[in-house]
Design a protein. Structure first.
Ligand code: IPM
Ligand code: MG
Length: 357
């Protein structure tokens, strides 16, 4: 029996509600599979921890996390704290500290879910957005001078390195190659941004020579938003910079029915340290504590985590259970349903138990 160790960081807002639902479902999957167990370490880091200790996680947090095979993360953000402080206090130090440079964001329309796009249903939209996760516009490079004066200045410099761009392109081409359509769209803005983005395009072209079996095209980010809405079937795998992919992935989630189902994996493909798995939706204070948070993003995230841990059949089983429950109309209000977080969780656990392996 294999034991996988998971570091659980539910953190803020609806994070604790969805992560506890996720752990419950993952336990059911492990029991059904019979080939592995999950040993979970629970960490209470986040904004409440910050209020008590003046930091979002302890000084030796990274050493603790390093002992895990994967990190299961809820959400960080607090109505009383600036968003840049919470983000740079917890999530980004983990992503950047473990150099989880590939952020993988699959989008599909699950059965039973209605897309806001006319005549688009399950099967018409099956994308994976690969987000560069270590540099670009999120490098944290910049500063402010002459604070409060009329001549005050702020800079936010996007960083593109040869190593950083090449590795994300290789990851994206590999992923595109592993998918049936073998098709990659490189998102850019090299018409306007003539340094970083031209460099980005050049490296994409260089890397493409090693992937002759993958057909690829380039799309400007503004045109990409239109293509996602008007010609969704022309898209399969997408690679984009940190900020471009951040924006496109919200659009993708909305087109697939709800941000409440969108999962993500912050991956270190070289496996030097743990990768981190989280729902995209964030802390959602407006519905925190109401028991109606959609746990599906966290379940899908859990399936990505299982796959990363080498438990592919268990991951497939979990997604089939989630799809079965969605198809039966057991959904939270963000998807137009009436079910609570607990009801969806119970239904998925039952589906897992009843599923033929
Ligand atoms: C995401 C989120 C975050 C991001 C926020 C919470 C800072 O929008 O994961 O897409 O911009 O990276
Ligand atoms: Mg985002």
């Amino acid at each position: 029996m294999v034991e996988h160790s998971i570091a659980s960081i539910p953190a803020d807002g609806i994070g604790p509600e969805v992560i506890s639902a996720g752990l419950e479902v993952l336990d059911a999957v492990a029991a059904r599979d019979g080939g592995f167990t999950l040993k979970v370490a629970h960490y209470d880091w986040g904004s409440n921890y910050y209020r008590k200790h003046g930091r979002f996680m302890p000084a030796d947090a990274m050493a603790w996390l390093r002992t895990a095979d994967a990190i299961y993360f809820g959400a960080v953000g607090d109505p009383d704290l600036p968003d840049d402080v919470t983000l740079w206090g917890l999530r980004l130090p983990i992503c950047q500290g473990f150099d989880q440079y590939a952020n993988v964001r699959p989008t599909r329309i699950l059965p039973g879910v209605t897309s806001p796009l006319r005549d688009v249903g399950p099967g018409d939209l099956d994308w994976v957005i690969v987000r560069e996760n270590s540099e670009g516009e999120y490098a944290g490079h910049g500063g402010r001078a002459h604070r409060g004066l009329p001549i005050e200045v702020a800079t936010e410099t996007a960083i593109f390195t040869r190593v950083g761009v090449e590795r994300i392109m290789r990851y994206a081409f590999e992923l595109a190659r592993s998918r049936p359509r073998k098709k990659l769209t490189v998102v850019t803005k090299s018409n306007a941004q003539r340094h970083g983005m031209v460099f980005w395009d050049e490296i994409a072209a260089l890397v493409s020579h090693d992937y002759k079996d993958v057909s690829w095209d380039k799309e400007l980010v503004d045109a990409m938003t239109m293509r996602m809405v008007l010609r969704p079937r022309t898209i399969d795998t997408v690679v984009a910079t940190n900020l471009h992919a951040d924006i496109l992935s919200d659009l993708a989630a909305a087109l697939a029915g709800s941000l409440g189902i969108a999962p993500t994996a912050n991956v270190d493909p070289e496996r030097r340290g743990p990768s981190m798995f989280e729902p995209i939706h964030g802390s959602a204070f407006d519905i925190t504590g109401k028991g109606i948070a959609n746990p599906v993003a966290t379940f899908w995230t859990g399936a990505m985590m299982l796959e990363h841990l080498g438990e592919k059949p268990a991951a497939v089983l979990l997604m089939r259970a989630v799809e079965q429950v969605c198809a039966a109309g057991i959904m939270t209000p963000d998807l137009g349903g009436k079910a609570t977080t607990k009801e969806v969780t119970r239904a998925v656990c039952e589906a897992v138990r009843g599923m033929n392996a």
